[in-house]
Every structure is written in structure tokens, then in C-alpha cells.
Design a binder for this molecule. Structure first.
Ligand code: 2P0
Length: 325
């Protein structure tokens, strides 16, 4: 009972920032992302009779501790759905997501695990069902079921049955590129889980964050459909700044930025002043992701690489959704 699946990670243009239910992973706001071709995880799940426990190899190294528990708990959901709670699995994942790039490998990781695990155990889920299940491994992973642009609709039900991602536009619809600007490989001080919780619980700016989401989503979807790059970039950049503003008002206050983060943000704004349409977005870490169009790839890459302190610049195109190998 074995299957292999590949999933790409995604970059949020409208951020997921806050949970209303931590165990079911239900968000306080809907979010929207672009799946990226350059970063993916390939996972094989092999359910076997006679195993006494799950085993999880990541890049050929056995994993224990919290990361192992997140995987076994997620496999429990799959076993329960299939009515096969006696079965354990060997799980083998290969990450083609450079950890230093600051892109969430949990998004591609849980999407690939969900796809391979359900297929291996004989469940036939449609995309919505798979996204809803994947969400319970890691929220942002629910969006990686689809290629191109996808929206995780927060839903309103307490059981989470209406909280899943839907496709907005395919990878072929629009060739928007993303440069991941690598600044630091240090482990972050505040995980995204802890950071969003502290913000929801204590930041007086949090209601302002929630207030703006519907408008940002409505406008960015219209801009994506008409391929209006400036509008898409403006909304994404402003949404990112609003998310990060909530952390500054949390108690205790924190930020994911460092001095180089600011330097890259300013360089992006200078490029724009010089007539190159580029926009930034930042997740729960110091690295910056820069949105640009293919015709500006050379100059964008060169300018970013010339910033002192930039360790690497990794370029990506829009990527595809889940595939089975
Ligand atoms: C996002 N982030 O929309 C946002 C923007 C970070 C900043 O999703 O707790 O790893 O597993 O649901 O998905 C990072 O959080 O969190 C994230 P869990 P996840 O991409």
C-alpha cells in the first residue's frame, strides 16, 4: 500500500495570520497564494501490516521529536478516515526547498504527505477534500494542492468542513516570477505558530488586520484575472506590511525583520522609482521575496545580488499542483 506524491510550496500574497481553532487549524482570515515551481517536496508513504510504529525519513535522515509527532498525528487522521487505525507507515520525504530560502517547507511537506498518504491507503479524495485534510497538517499547505494562484477560504463552521482552498488561476494563466532573497539561515526566534498566536492574543492592531482582508482579497483576485501586475504587487506588498505591523504591537512586541530585510525592501522601492515594476512580500522570517515579470528578470536578479549581505537569490516561476509519481 504505497504511493508517491510531489507538492510545491507557495508564497502568500494575502497572508494567513491567525487561528480561530488551533487544533483543527482554522484561520481567522482567508488567504491567497502563488504556488512556486522551484521549491517542492516528494514523499512516499508505504502502509504495511506488521509495523509497530510509523517511521519518518526526511532527506534520508530519521526524524524524531516534534516534527515526527506532527507527521504521525497527521497519519492518524488518514488512518481514521480510511478505517485502518491498525496500520503504520514508512514515510520518506525529499525536500527540494532550501531551508535557508525561508520558504515554508511545511506547505509542500504536508501537501505531499496528504496526497501520498491518502492514495497509499486507498482513499479517493477530490481536491477540496484533500485541501481540507491537508489544512490540518499545516494551514498554508492547504493552498499547495493547486498550481498557480489559490485561495484558502476560511469558512465559518466550527467543524472546519467549509475551510479549504480553491483554485483561482492556473500557473499557465500568468507568468509572475518570484525571487527569494536569502539573508539568513539562522533559526527564527519566534515560530510562525507562536507568532500568530501572540499577535491574535495581544496585538491591538489585530482587528485592523482582519478589517482589511475582504477588500484586499476582492481586489487582488480582480487584478490577477486581468493580469494587472502593479495592482497585484501593490496589494500584496501592503498586505505584507499590515501583517508585520501587527507583530510590532504584540505583547511582548517582536518583528521578523532585521537590518538587511529593510535594505532589500528599500532596494525594491528604489527599483520601482527607477521604472521597474517590482514588489516585495515577507513571511515569518527575515528573508524577502520579490515579485517581478519575466522581462525584468536579469536586472532584478543583478540588483538584488549586489546588495551587501545577500547570501543568495533563488528564482522561481509559477508551479503546478499535486502530482503522483
Ligand atoms: C502564509 N505564514 O500565509 C503565512 C504568512 C507565515 C506568514 O502560513 O501553524 O506553517 O502550520 O498552520 O502554515 C506559516 O504558517 O502554520 C504561514 P500552521 P504555517 O503563508
Amino acid at each position: 500500500m504505497k504511493a508517491t506524491a510531489k507538492a510545491h510550496t507557495n508564497i502568500a500574497l494575502i497572508k494567513y495570520w491567525g487561528k480561530r481553532d488551533e487544533s483543527l487549524i482554522l484561520p481567522t482570515n482567508s488567504s491567497l497564494s502563488l504556488t512556486l515551481d522551484g521549491f517542492y517536496t516528494t514523499t512516499t508513504v508505504d502502509f504495511r501490516e506488521g509495523l509497530m510504529q510509523d517511521r519518518f525519513l526526511l532527506d534520508d535522515q530519521p526524524v524524531e521529536g516534534d516534527a515526527y509527532h506532527r507527521v504521525t498525528q497527521f497519519l492518524n487522521l488518514i488512518r481514521r478516515l480510511a478505517g485502518r487505525e491498525e496500520l503504520y507507515a514508512n514515510v520518506r520525504s525529499i525536500n527540494a526547498v532550501p531551508t535557508a530560502a525561508g520558504l515554508a517547507s511545511s506547505a509542500s511537506g504536508f501537501a505531499a504527505l496528504a496526497a501520498a498518504g491518502t492514495k497509499a491507503i486507498g482513499l479517493e479524495l477530490n481536491d477540496q477534500e484533500l485541501s481540507r485534510l491537508t489544512r490540518q497538517g499545516s494551514g498554508s499547505a492547504s493552498r499547495s494542492i493547486y498550481g498557480g494562484f489559490s485561495e484558502w477560504q476560511m469558512g465559518s463552521k466550527v467543524d472546519g468542513s467549509d475551510s479549504f482552498a480553491v483554485p483561482i488561476a492556473s500557473a499557465e494563466h500568468w507568468d509572475v516570477r518570484v525571487a527569494a532573497v536569502v539573508l539568513s539561515s539562522r533559526v527564527k526566534k519566534v515560530s510562525s505558530r507562536a507568532g500568530m498566536k501572540r499577535t491574535v492574543d495581544t496585538s491591538p492592531f489585530y482587528p485592523g488586520w482582519i478589517d482589511g482582508i475582504s477588500k484586499d482579497l476582492r481586489e487582488i483576485k480582480a487584478a490577477i484575472h486581468t493580469k494587472d501586475f502593479e495592482k497585484t504587487g501593490q496589494i500584496a506588498e501592503a498586505n505584507c506590511l499590515k501583517m508585520h505591523a501587527t507583530t510590532l504591537a504584540a505583547n511582548p512586541p517582536f518583528t521578523y525583520w532585521n537590518d538587511l530585510t529593510m535594505r532589500v525592501m528599500q532596494t525594491v522601492q528604489e527599483m520601482r522609482a527607477n521604472g521597474i515594476p517590482v514588489y516585495f512580500t515577507i513571511d515569518a522570517g527575515p528573508n524577502v521575496k520579490v515579485l517581478y515579470l519575466p522581462e525584468h528578470e536579469k536586472s532584478v536578479e543583478k540588483t538584488l545580488r549586489e546588495i551587501p549581505g545577500v547570501a543568495d537569490v533563488i528564482l522561481s516561476k509559477p508551479g503546478q499542483g499535486i502530482s503522483y509519481l
